[in-house]
Design a protein around this ligand. Sequence first.
Ligand SMILES: [Zn+2]
Length: 700
Amino acid sequence: MKKILILSCAALLLVSACKNKNTMDNPFFSEWNTPYNIPDFTKIKTEHYIPAFEEGMKRQKAEIDAIVNNSEAPTFENTIEALEQSGDLLNEVSGVFFNLVECINSKEMEKIAEEVTPQMAAHGDDIMLNAKLFERVKAVYNHRESLGLTGEQLRLTEETYKNFVRNGANIPADKQDRFREINSLLSSLTLRFGNNVLAATNAYKFTVNNLVLEDEGNPAEGLSGSFINDAEKDEKGDLVFTLHMPVWEPFMQQCSNRNSRREMWEAYANRCIGDKFDNRAIIDSIVNLRLERAQILGFESHAAYTLDDCLAKTPEAVYKCLMDLWEPALAKAKQERDEYQKMLDKDHPGEKLQPWDWRYYCEKLRKERYALDDDEIRPYFSLDNVREGAFTVANKLYGITFRENNELPKYHPEAISYEVLDGDNVIAILYMDFFPRESKRSGAWMTNFREQYIDKDGNNVIPIIQMVCNFTKPTKDKPSLLNFDQSETLFHEFGHCLHGILSKCHYRSISGTNVPRDFVEMPSQVMENWCRHPQVMKEYAKHYKTGEAIPDSLIAKIAAAATYGQGFINTELLAASLLDMDYHSITKPTKIVLPDFEDQAMAKIGLIPEIISRYKSPYFQHIFSGGYSAGYYSYTWTAILDADAFEAFRESGDLYNPELAKKFRHLLESGNTEDPMKLYIDFRGKEPSVEPLKRNRGLI
Ligand SMILES: [Zn+2]
């Protein structure tokens, strides 16, 4: 979950090679003349972007005009395919720019992004709200069954049409103004919501006088020396603790002073309700405006609108998936509660466990029983070994190999470039960029500079994939050594890469990782299963000095740590997911009163008072200011899919079962050219089951 995937911003409109020679000295306007036509990063300068974006938009606009003004009746070729193939230059420059802004950023790059992003949004709107264009798209769509289209052409037609409709192209003229008004209201309300959360989070500071730190029962008692050392200090030298997660969470885990924990917890949980950053009225407006917009678009609820574009399809399916896990998660959480209560009894006889105690006792017990000592683990997980491990798994499953080729153009000297081969054929280019630098944002992600597709002349364009991480740098005498979490991150991002690498589609907007939101994390998460399987670990996790394979005792420790504390983790996650669904499944305008609405939603599912939703409504940014409305369930949904997918291999007794690997490869190759749920069932032979996930998370 913590891992981020950047999907190509290309979506429907954008990607690749420009053919016109231009007199300007701008490399985007001429052929690259590089191996595999990779953008020549060494020639691109920041001043080249804006003219390339502008020219790219101009050319695509001309292409759209040509489609609209075509005197021939609309056909798949002259409308849907022509639209899909428009915008080559814009795709090329977007693919380079929006990825490099994340990993070789600078003030100039940021300025360009600020200038270009609204222009691109307006350009996209101009296409999506072009009534004449939509008329042609609709004409093809209405006759799609009788046009003799291939399966992929049919899918492209349906996806294109749906994209227009979801963006408002089909709504009656008298409602269009209101539709635009709602969109604009929502964009400012969601922005205000996020700003309030940030301001409320920043406004609170818990200060501890630095002179009392040695005293028994002092407010910072129990905090580790390194945490105190790293803590923010004010001008008097006193310690300042904030509600930002990297500070708040370790504070709640370590601080043995119960009053301090309570104060920090209450400050965290009561943000944006009853203070000057109150988000309650905003929530009421957002929820009702989303309902109104969904109904203008012809859906019963906002959830129905959102899910129509996902695998889950309906709110009922989402509720079922979440409730399947809810009971076992809650039961497990209750066991955990009883254990922590016993620990609390010793420290504070006669007291009842409270939400501000949970993380503290959870961490205490983890340290006693399940602590993973990073220093013990890291030597077995050198970056080179883990990467080789991931390559080997891909090779055993799909027969592909990875050949380093430093002759390929690089955007940064630290990036390693590979040709990915299937037999003798190069099927993709892969850049791996592992270490932090000032110009790179934090986190780990996969993206691509170019999608895989078949160009206008019928040539297969191979994808150019990028994987970016922020691992510990090697030193003179030590290679980069990962902890187990980072090893899983590498396999996870590599799973996204494989989804892009193996793509075998015709049209770029539905190729590779351009799949629904509740499916895109499956190919990545599934790879984590190989990463942590004892048999696979024995193969790749070798001591960097001695070459000795990881001992069984350490593997067992890693496995035990993985299921520890899962009652709480799942319960708070599912509670938040259900809360999200409750807001967005309303079918009639509803006055949202808080905290009543949330309290009732939580009471309905029997949430225990020691646990709250992972995010309480007034600071639930994923759904009120991020892109996860009626979508927070997708973390759970994809986890069910990935556990169930790996179960197929496990059950077969062969982690590299060739027949299953072939079927899974077909799923990866197919992108969004078919309904991904159908692809999944073709692979698995049945609907996904929640049981493997329950077992993996220790909920059985
Ligand atoms: Zn991911």
